[in-house]
Design a protein around this ligand. Structure first.
Ligand code: FES
Length: 174
């Protein structure tokens, strides 16, 4: 009996090894359903939940296991702003740019965070402490402009308080 595995089986086995079992089990479940490829976004959410972001290697593994071209998987991952393609910092700062926050000056707040951190939206500081993001309405428009830092919500944030906020969180990480 020939026990050699084919190149495709080898690729699949490697993809399987790359991801945690709960993810591969979930993919297996999806692949048994009608229109399995329509579960791609759900799978990507699971992978991001597990690893914090979507690495190239993990996207590739998903592509193999779901039998979807890698370019398509990467395209979907980069299209949706909820997916992160790079590791995030220890603390994620999300500035709400929904209408109410925007009208109340959230843009100035973003500008100040960018200046203070020396990064753009979607980037992480070189010391991996902070990632700066924008977000849609957080449902607290009466408190606009709203900024979420880690799990904390800050209301009526102005650009003046940004340095103090950053200092507070930097100290907390030490
Ligand atoms: S628009 Fe910012 S919380 Fe609603």
């Amino acid at each position: 009996m020939n026990s050699k595995i084919s190149p495709r089986e080898e690729v699949l086995a490697n993809a399987q090894k790359r991801l945690e079992k709960d993810i591969t089990d979930y993919i297996d479940e999806c692949m048994k359903k009608d229109h399995p490829k329509s579960f791609l976004i759900a799978v990507l959410h699971k992978v991001q939940e597990k690893y914090g972001y979507l690495s190239k290697e993990n996207l590739q593994a998903v592509a193999y296991l779901m039998d979807i071209p890698a370019a398509k998987v990467s395209g979907v991952a980069s299209f949706y702003h909820l997916f992160h393609l790079k590791p995030k910092g220890k603390i994620v700062i999300s500035v709400c740019l929904g209408t109410a926050c925007f009208v109340k000056g959230a843009e100035k707040v973003v500008k100040k965070f960018k200046e203070e951190l020396g990064i753009d939206l979607g980037q992480t500081t070189t010391d991996n402490q902070f990632t700066l993001m924008n977000t849609r309405c957080l449902g607290m428009c009466a408190m606009a402009p709203v900024v979420k830092i880690g799990d904390d919500i800050h209301a009526k944030v102005t650009s003046d308080v940004v340095p103090a906020l950053l200092e507070k969180y930097s100290k907390a990480m030490k």
